[in-house]
Write a protein that binds this ligand. Structure first.
Ligand code: SF4
Length: 136
């Protein structure tokens, strides 16, 4: 907790500790020491022949996948899972922004000052060479 730079997070963690509530930080510490194969990304559990771990003695999994393939494949699978889990919310935000840009969004915008501080480009999509004729 003392390594947390954000005072609001420190306050929240102190509050959670007083309440006796376990946080992700507590669970992270309880997981130590972490598995070196997992930390290096060279553990594969993508099929039931494994799990396979890459070492000097065994530089390929049972299927022949080497460390590069296992790391790249794991990353792509995580990205695909993340998009599948969160893509719908991103789509809703894009639709809302599009409607706001077109002036047809019947929803008040709160936190205008905070919004103005965001590093967003307010150039028009046409100026950026993007189509505004989206079909969803
Ligand atoms: S390395 Fe190949 S054989 Fe081993 S778990 Fe992954 S996919 Fe299966």
């Amino acid at each position: 907790m003392e390594n947390t730079p954000d005072p609001a997070v420190r306050e929240m963690l102190g509050h959670m500790e007083k309440m006796g509530c376990e946080t992700c930080f507590d669970r992270f510490d309880k997981q130590k020491p972490h598995c070196n194969f997992g930390m290096a990304g060279v553990c594969c559990r993508n099929c039931n022949i494994g799990p396979c771990r890459i070492t000097k003695k065994s530089p390929r999994g049972v299927c022949g996948a080497d460390a590069d393939l296992i790391v790249a494949r794991n990353l792509l699978r995580w990205v695909a899972a993340g998009v599948a889990a969160h893509g719908a919310r991103g789509r809703e935000i894009m639709l809302a922004l599009r409607a706001a840009g077109a002036g047809v969004l019947d929803m008040p915008i709160s936190g205008v000052e905070k919004l103005k501080k965001q590093p967003l480009s307010w150039e028009s999509p046409q100026k950026e060479g993007l189509s505004t004729d989206w079909q969803w």
